[in-house]
Design a protein around this ligand. Structure first.
Ligand SMILES: [Zn+2]
Length: 249
């Protein structure tokens, strides 16, 4: 469930249905080039013609969300580390950087709130996606039935082998863990990270029709994506983002 736009970034139909209220993209190795430089991390920037303000922060493989609920200024600093960004402010692009981790973009169509989440295995196993949804509920009274969510390109079930420590953490935190793994002859298992995230979202009440799952795999589609697993840690990342547009009646 996805489409390619201008050969650069990917869009998800679940979010494009709300195109009058928001704009979103999942980056590929071909672009877009927005908020992807080191000096832009942790500082509010205004360098891109399509996005008045761009926010990206230091990602730390945790589960905390930064809630931005008041107007921001260019060059404002956001020191600290977070793996989720939530805002009710229009014209502010929330950007996350991923290679094999899962970028998750969220829209609350009832309260007009967006979130961008960086969900690696650590964050996913610890429940960063339900934690972010709960934070939206706490701060903005988000109703789960209004949530639209797109789970973007990441290490796919086809390629994503993990070892015992990962499975141990998964077993400890997710009761239905056996549904998202398949054992291999090598003694390792393959983990379906995107399906784990989808199940966690369903568990907290996001409707099935509100979740768009993208099938691209960053590891076995080198023409489209960077991959830490495939290329080593020195490689680049893709940038994905979501922004509320000003609603005019
Ligand atoms: Zn693959």
């Amino acid at each position: 469930m996805s489409s390619m736009n201008a050969g650069k970034h990917l869009l998800n139909p679940v979010l494009t249905q709300a195109v009058r209220s928001l704009t979103h993209f999942f980056g590929t190795r071909h672009g877009p080039v927005v908020g992807d430089t080191r000096e832009d991390v942790g500082v509010v920037r205004a360098k891109h013609p399509e996005y008045p303000l761009v926010i990206q922060v230091k990602q730390v493989h945790g589960t905390d969300a930064l809630v931005l609920d008041s107007p921001m200024m260019v060059n404002q600093e956001l020191p600290g580390g977070w793996d989720a960004l939530i805002t009710n402010q229009s014209e502010v692009l929330l950007a996350v950087r991923t290679a094999d981790c899962v970028p998750v973009l969220v829209y609350d169509s009832g309260r007009h709130i967006v979130a961008a989440i960086h969900a690696g295995w650590r964050g996913s196993v610890q429940g960063i996606v339900p934690a972010t949804l709960h934070r939206m509920q706490e701060c903005f009274d988000t109703q789960m039935e209004d949530v639209l969510m797109a789970i973007g390109p990441s290490a796919g079930f086809c390629c994503y082998e993990v070892d015992e420590p990962v499975i141990r953490s998964l077993r400890a935190s997710y009761q239905e863990w056996a549904q998202v793994v398949v054992p291999r002859d090598t003694g390792k298992v393959r983990l379906n990270l995107r399906e784990l995230i989808r199940c966690q979202a369903l568990d907290v009440g996001v409707p099935e029709h509100g979740i768009g799952l993208m099938s691209f795999c960053t590891i076995c589609q080198p023409d489209l994506f960077y991959s830490y697993r495939r290329d080593g840690s020195a490689n680049k990342t893709m940038v994905s983002g979501i922004m509320l547009t000003r609603v005019t009646c």
